[in-house]
Write a protein that binds this ligand. Structure first.
Ligand SMILES: CC/C=C/CC(=O)SCCNC(=O)CCNC(=O)[C@H](O)C(C)(C)COP(=O)(O)OP(=O)(O)OC[C@H]1O[C@@H](n2cnc3c(N)ncnc32)[C@H](O)[C@@H]1OP(=O)(O)O
Length: 676
């Protein structure tokens, strides 16, 4: 929709009205075409000013329309007719001008922008105005009415010839190809820029149209559109008891406590303080406190310097005393991942906190219910699972325990949003959503090493699929000792394990002792300079193949009588991606996640899943659920000692029901038992 008004006698003001971001839906495009035609016909009108309702110019094409057949006037011819119009066209840009919104602005003969000094420098806008952009645009229009329009039409400008334009584009293309990890759109963008720089306008437009057509028809476009809405829907959380984002009030959090100043506690403290929340940061040891204080202060100073502001150090209190926590609204415990230690901390907290203070745990997989049980306030206990490094990673899993109150969940979700995280509400189970799935993905990766693959082969297949880093590089980065400790605590590694030939069968299923054996050799990953890869020195980041690992794997297979076989990239992807999705289906059955979109958002923002592949659940849907089922059945037949490869009930049910689109899966699991 577009509203038409004549103002100041000679100006037609066309306001895009499609809240919340005035996206260019079919109705808006129709409204623009009709309004422009009206303005061109009206002899009193000398200039047209375009603006967006609620001080948002335009968020671009309406992404919701991309999944159906497009109707209404097409965007590019509409912009061309504005640009070719015989009357002066001015864009009054406020808020956003993205994608098609920017194209619309560029189709006008004059633009302004309220806050983009950079756009001014780039020549995208002509003037930056304080106050109302619409008023400024109208004044500008009145001052230039009657001047020739041809010099203002971008389509009449000569291409930007530079002697080395081809070389510059080649270099950019090579860089983008390397960085985009298989994503088509960034590569097409460079190709379109090359066309714009080297071809006459009409030919450049034709090339852009071809590139756009290819992208539009691609599965990658579907995946990206899905990811866009999945991310926004994750904030609209709901619990099986009916509580949800729009019927539950979050508490205001002004002061928070952070317990433990290790890597996670430091990152969490930085996030909170940057959002303007006062933090009391606690350590039990003076030396640790001092080093935590130095690290947090340095991080905040670096960040403030980058943004040209002063660091909010006045919001910080570092102390060894729990008593300083008596006035905080919420505490985030970030101590070592040890149930007994966490329980002790929780009991101690209850002695000093106000009765209504929320207690959150940054556990990556321990039971929130078990922790809550030692407190005097079970409804006020929730999980806030941050991802390392906490001040950088966008994901936050908010874990609702069986007795967590809706208000506590709402408060953690609101706090997460305030500190600029992508928050997903999940239920309580071992590993929650992300790490519960990750375990099976890791299992498959190490099984493939036993069967004949190398860490390099597995990682290469995953990186070609689009992951930023292969699983073995990730393990080296996060430290192999972390999982080792968890396996010890869970009883998988005990005194009865043969140190020379450790069993490959534990707790009734296949077990791969390779990661434990690496840890026994002190190979903890980057931190020790050796893990699945070799590093120049402890702490360095560049992973190099390690001949010792190749020999170690050969000896291992020999010791266990395993005949190595060639493992293809396809097998790597199928076993990793379909194991993830299969566990995702179980998680949906168990109601630990409310929707497949939530699972995908967790993998996109917490585990480096490539955005152009939507997420593991979307990928399974895109490959075809019957194909996924068939493959899992095959791998389970070949590996009957890996029960997790058995296809989940939900997957079977969905296939039996004709593989409905992913948006309909929720209704197929409605009647399953709830754990949330
Ligand atoms: C066919 C020709 C193609 C032309 C090229 C294009 O134009 S492609 C589209 C290019 N535009 C974009 O990619 C913009 C995407 N949107 C954003 O980046 C952000 O939403 C924003 C505009 C910067 C606003 O961010 P903010 O954080 O303020 O709000 P939200 O992201 O939460 O969005 C608010 C609601 O608006 C919906 N929405 C946003 N953009 C679009 C869009 N282009 N089409 C349709 N819907 C859009 C978003 O889904 C939110 O909806 P809720 O229902 O409130 O969740």
């Amino acid at each position: 929709m577009a509203r038409y008004a004549r103002v100041k006698g000679s100006i037609a003001l066309i306001t895009l009205t499609n809240p919340p971001v005035n996206a260019l839906s079919a109705a808006v495009r129709r409204g623009i075409v009709e309004s422009v035609s009206r303005a061109l016909k009206d002899e009193q009108v000398k200039a047209v000013v375009f603006c967006g309702e609620n001080e948002k110019f335009c968020g671009g094409a309406d992404i919701k329309e991309f999944s159906g057949s497009m109707s209404g006037p097409p965007l590019v011819p509409m912009i061309h007719s504005i640009e070719a119009g015989e009357k002066l066209m001015v864009a009054a840009i406020e808020g956003v001008a993205l994608g098609g919104g920017l194209e619309l602005a560029l189709g006008c003969h004059y633009r302004r922008h309220v806050s983009a000094q950079e756009a001014l420098q780039l020549g995208i806008v002509d003037q930056v105005a304080e106050g109302s952009a619409v008023q400024a645009a109208m004044e500008l229009a009145l001052s230039v009415i009657g001047q020739p329009l041809n010099p203002r039409r971008l389509s009449l400008r000569a291409p930007v010839w530079a002697p080395d334009v081809d070389g510059v584009c080649d270099t950019a293309l090579a860089q983008v190809k390397q960085r985009s990890r298989g994503a088509m759109a960034p590569v097409a963008c460079v190709q379109a820029v090359r066309a714009a720089a080297m071809l006459p306008y009409s030919k450049g437009m034709e090339r852009e149209r071809q590139l756009m057509d290819t992208l539009f028809r691609s599965g990658q476009a579907r995946a990206m559109q899905y990811a866009f809405f999945a991310q926004r829907n994750a904030g609209k959380w709901s619990l099986p008891n009916g509580a949800q984002w729009n019927n539950t009030r979050a508490r205001d959090v002004q002061r928070a406590g952070v317990i433990g100043l290790g890597t996670m506690g430091r990152g969490i403290t930085v996030c909170l303080v940057k959002a303007g929340i006062s933090v009391v940061a606690i350590e039990t040891d003076a030396k640790q406190l001092e080093s935590g204080k130095k690290a947090v202060t340095a991080m905040l100073q670096r960040d403030a310097k980058r943004r040209g502001v002063s660091p909010p150090l006045h919001l910080l209190t570092f102390t060894l005393s729990f008593h300083q926590l008596r006035d905080v609204d919420l505490v985030i415990e970030a101590v070592f991942e040890d149930m007994n230690l966490k329980k002790r901390v929780f009991s101690d907290l209850c002695k000093v906190l106000r009765a209504n203070t929320l207690i959150c745990t940054n556990t990556s997989g321990l039971s929130v219910d078990e922790l809550a049980a030692v407190t005097d306030r079970q409804p006020l206990v929730v999980g806030m699972h941050f991802f390392a490094p906490a001040h950088v990673m966008k994901l936050l899993e908010v874990v609702s325990g069986s007795r967590s109150s809706p208000e506590a969940v709402a408060t953690a979700m609101a706090l997460g949003k305030r500190i600029e995280k992508v928050c997903v509400a999940v239920g309580n189970c071992s590993g929650f959503v992300g790490n519960r799935m990750l375990k099976l993905y890791l299992d498959q990766s190490v099984y493939m090493l036993e069967e004949g693959a190398t860490p390099e082969q597995v990682d290469q297949a995953l990186e070609e699929f689009g992951f930023a880093m292969g699983i073995f590089k990730v393990s080296d980065l996060s430290g192999l000792d972390v999982g080792w400790r968890v396996r010890k605590a869970s009883g998988l590694i005990g005194p009865d394990v043969d140190p020379v030939k450790p069993s490959r069968w534990r707790l009734g299923r296949r077990y791969c002792p390779l990661p434990d054996m690496l840890c026994q050799q002190g190979r903890f990953g980057q931190k020790t300079g050796r893990g699945w890869y070799l590093y120049d020195s402890p702490g360095s980041k560049e992973a190099k193949s390690d001949p010792e690992i190749q020999t170690f794997l050969k000896d291992y297979r020999h010791k266990y009588g395993i005949i190595p076989r060639r493992i293809t990239s396809q097998e790597v992807i199928e076993r990793c991606a379909f194991s993830l999705a299969n566990e995702g289906f179980r998680i949906l059955e168990d109601r630990i996640a409310a929707s497949p979109e939530d699972i995908d958002v967790i993998y996109l923002f917490g585990y480096g899943w490539p955005r152009h592949r939507g997420g593991p659940m979307f990928y399974a849907a895109q490959v075809g659920l019957s194909v996924v089922l068939e493959k899992l059945e095959h791998y389970h037949r070949v590996h009957p000692d890996v029960p997790s490869l058995e296809p989940s009930r939900l997957l079977r049910r969905l296939v039996a029901e004709g593989s409905p689109p992913i948006q309909q899966w929720k209704s197929h699991i409605k009647n399953l038992r709830s754990h949330l």
